[in-house]
Design a protein around this ligand. Structure first.
Ligand code: FMN
Ligand code: MN
Length: 487
């Protein structure tokens, strides 16, 4: 495990791989910067690092595509792998397994340090202006520029026992005010509710540009009352360094590029949205949300503002949520003593489908359970999580296929999924952002979800061998063909 300790070190690691594109010409944060990042997703080209941004204060920089698919041949997961401390060559499966294992690691609380580079510039009151920063307008049709897509919101319960790190979108209103989605069951909404109960605006810190593991762990649906900082410390086996805020009783990662400090209003006072979200469509929905008032901003010299123009796959929403949710699925199924090999949300499917694979001997571990019942058990574990509402379609498959390999899962889904039978359907909460649901279903946040039982018969009880090179020819013939290949 090699922990990369800040965004600049991460950029240098990517640069060594040829996965950074410096953009030194002037770019406009109004749509142009996002369009460059969007095209870099489409071409799977190096991540753009912008150093000449119109209307931002001199020296400010921005980074697009920080954790999407890498441009390095044969290493699509390199950005996410390096972010969580693994070699650039690690596969999606290795990343998910590593994050799932760390759920069981001993939590390591963060360590307070006296100061950090993010204190090089400290602005209070009127001087603490968002206008200094290269805050991008991300899609035509959005309600405004977005101050947060890849930063972490730090918030603590009034009793001080739980400090949560999470990503949620935040829109700029003006130089000193922002608004963003505060939606249950998200932890930021739970913590905001606790502050509302005691009639006080919630103190928050919005942190831009940290050590690269931070946005990944801030996307993870860890359980209530778990501090993401302790989990990340457990993952790396060493504490994450934090530094105190200037104006609040909160601690933020010492690796931060920019820290925005302030309070979240008690009421839903602002119109938020529209915003082009992860399913990949320009939507027109708005809602009333609380206001993030800005009291203080601290930042490093030459600060770098990372951003994600979320949209049609594959971008960071899809990579981060796929690894985060898959790790949680594996962990929760293991906790429930349900045999599981792998879980994955294929990136092109915008996190709408979840594939779970199980070992061939699952029937021995759960005697007397039919495959239909087994499918329902797995589905209910997933739909009972805080992210279950984002997963309307689940497929349960045998682990002779790898759910991260497109050729594997497309073949398996086509040949193992009964066209009309062997599906478990259950009604429950669904995310209103899922565009396939009817307007009424989205309005009520309630609809049917489906889990497909694609399990093969037990080995020796009708399970067919693959008619492939490995499956259909004796070992001795395979070896001869390989040895004489090219002759
Ligand atoms: C790029 C990106 C943008 C996200 N935007 C939002 C958002 O606007 N609202 C939201 O509720 N979750 C959003 N998420 C998902 C949350 O980060 C995720 O559900 C996480 O588990 C929330 O943290 P929590 O479990 O501590 O509540 C986003 C994730 C990513 C990667
Ligand atoms: Mn949390």
């Amino acid at each position: 495990m090699k922990r990369i300790k800040d965004l600049r070190e991460y950029i240098e690691e990517l640069r060594k791989l040829g996965d950074i594109q410096d953009v030194n010409r002037e770019v406009d944060p109004n749509l142009e910067m996002a369009a460059v990042a969007r095209r870099s997703y489409d071409l799977q080209s190096p991540a753009p690092l912008f150093s000449n941004i119109k209307s931002a204060a001199p020296g400010m920089r921005a980074m697009g595509a920080p954790a999407s698919l890498s441009s390095v041949a044969g290493m699509p997961a390199a950005r996410v792998a390096l972010s969580v401390g693994l070699p650039a060559s690690a596969s999606w499966r290795e990343i998910v397994d590593s994050l799932a294992r760390s759920r069981k690691a001993k939590p390591v609380p963060p360590k307070r340090v006296a100061t950090a580079p993010c204190k090089e510039n400290i602005l209070h009151g009127k001087d603490a202006s968002l206008d200094l920063f290269p805050i991008p307008y991300l899609h035509e049709g959005d309600g405004g520029p977005y101050c947060n897509t890849w930063g972490t919101i730090v918030a603590k319960t009034p009793d001080g026992k739980w400090t949560n790190w999470s990503i949620a979108r935040i829109q700029k209103i003006d130089a000193h005010r922002m608004t963003g989605l505060i939606m249950l069951p998200q932890h930021i909404a739970k913590i905001w509710e606790e502050w509302r109960k005691i009639g006080k605006p919630m103190p928050y810190a919005l942190v831009q540009g940290c050590e690269p593991a931070m946005p990944i762990v801030s996307s993870m649906p860890l359980a209530d009352y778990i501090n993401e900082a302790d989990y990340l410390g457990g993952h790396f086996g060493e504490p994450i360094e934090v530094v105190r805020c200037e104006t609040l009783d909160l601690e933020v990662p010492a690796s931060a590029e920019i820290v925005i400090e302030g309070h979240l209003s008690l009421e839903r006072e602002a119109v938020e949205g529209p915003f082009g979200e992860y399913p990949g469509y320009i939507v027109t929905d708005t809602s009333m949300q609380p206001v993030y008032h800005v009291d203080c901003i601290t930042y490093r010299n030459g600060a770098i503002w990372p951003f994600i123009p979320e949209g049609r796959p594959v971008d960071e929403f899809h990579t981060a949520i796929a690894v985060a949710d898959s790790a949680e699925v594996i962990g929760l199924l293991q906790d429930a003593k349900i045999p599981v090999t792998a879980a994955w949300q294929p990136l092109e499917m915008a996190n709408h489908w979840l594939l779970v694979t199980v070992p061939a001997d699952w029937r021995e571990k759960l005697p007397g359970i039919s495959s239909e019942k087994f499918t329902a058990m797995i589905a209910e574990v997933i739909w009972n999580t805080k992210f279950g509402l984002t997963v309307p379609i689940i497929y349960i498959l045998d682990d002779d296929i790898d759910p991260t390999k497109t050729a594997d899962y497309l073949w398996a889904l086509a040949t193992r999924c009964h066209p009309t039978k062997r599906a478990y359907i259950s009604e429950g909460p669904v995310l209103p952002l899922i565009t396939a649901y009817t307007e009424e279903e989205r309005h009520h946040h309630h609809a049917e979800r489906i889990a497909h039982d694609c399990l093969l018969p037990a080995p020796g009880h009708g399970r067919l061998a693959h008619s492939s090179f490995e499956g259909a020819y004796p070992k001795e013939i395979q070896e001869r063909v390989i040895a004489l290949w090219g002759k």
